[in-house]
Write a new protein. Structure first.
Length: 279
């Protein structure tokens, strides 16, 4: 019961990142890069405290260039995409792109991949493609592509996490490394912000310090108990939670295309993660 409760809290935190970002950026309370910079700064503050309690200043040595680059891509593209994407649709695209990227990593690593996993990946890719196709109920291709890039960034970061090392230290160091790059993007890109008010600041700080910082730390604490397969299956709930929260909290519409895409993505990933029959 304890493990189930903590897992539910973490999945809600992951979905909340989409809601908070969309509310701040889409609602005109913060520019996308304003939000990204505040999010990464508050994330560093929380993660550094947690990592320092565990390993002193040793966590800084866990910084890796690829990890930093992948996390920076995720943070920036995620915020920019939410200028136009609904929270639920954005979470669905992100989730599909993460899973497809990690599937590609498995192929590149010559892992044995059963047929059902190929079929599942194909269904998830079809759901993502359907969401991004132009037409009635479709999404703007630019923001959709940005969210897919964010998913690739998070997928690469997740794959890199399998290399070993304390995940809390790695995440804290990666967030720290992402700070100057996010700040540089904020300083040099045109139209970095559309104004920043108190609501935008509060939403960014909660996203960085609570739903990202504490959420990631809590996730890493329970992953060993869940195991890889159950941990992956648990994340199937994130886009569903984000869609529901977007409807209730942000007044977003549920379109037939969104429902079909969600069914294809969640169903495809679920099929790919289903345990095989033992012979």
């Amino acid at each position: 019961m304890r493990l189930f409760a903590i897992t539910a809290v973490v999945m809600a935190a992951f979905a909340a990142n989409s809601i908070l970002n969309r509310a701040a950026v889409g609602g005109g309370h913060a520019g996308p890069l304003d939000f990204a910079v505040l999010r990464v700064l508050s994330g560093v503050a929380v993660l550094a405290i947690l990592a320092a309690r565990r390993s002193g200043t040793g966590w800084v040595r866990a910084m890796r260039a690829v990890n930093v680059g992948a996390l920076t891509l995720y943070l920036l593209a995620f915020s920019l995409a939410y200028l136009a994407l609904p929270a639920g649709a954005g979470a669905l695209i992100l989730f599909a792109a993460v899973q497809i990227t990690m599937f590609g990593g498995a192929v590149a690593g010559s892992e044995a991949i059963p047929a059902r996993r190929w079929i599942g990946a194909g269904l998830a890719l079809a759901g993502l493609a359907w969401m991004l196709l132009p037409g009635t109920g479709g999404l703007a291709p630019g923001p959709g592509a940005l969210m897919a890039l964010a998913g690739i960034g998070w997928g690469v970061y997740s794959l890199r996490g399998r290399a070993g090392g304390p995940p809390l230290d790695t995440t804290a160091a990666s967030f720290l490394g992402a700070v100057p790059f996010c700040a540089l993007a904020w300083a040099v890109l045109p139209g970095a912000g559309i104004g920043l008010d108190g609501t935008g600041i509060a939403l960014a700080l909660v996203s960085g310090g609570v739903t990202s910082g504490l959420g990631y730390a809590l996730w890493y604490a329970i992953v060993p108990e869940l195991g890889a397969t159950r941990a992956a299956v648990a994340q199937l709930t994130v886009p569903v939670i984000a869609v529901a929260a977007g409807v209730v909290l942000l007044g977003e519409a549920v379109t037939p295309r969104l429902v079909l895409s969600c069914l294809l993505v969640v169903g495809g990933v679920g099929l790919g993660l289903a345990p095989g029959r033992r012979g």
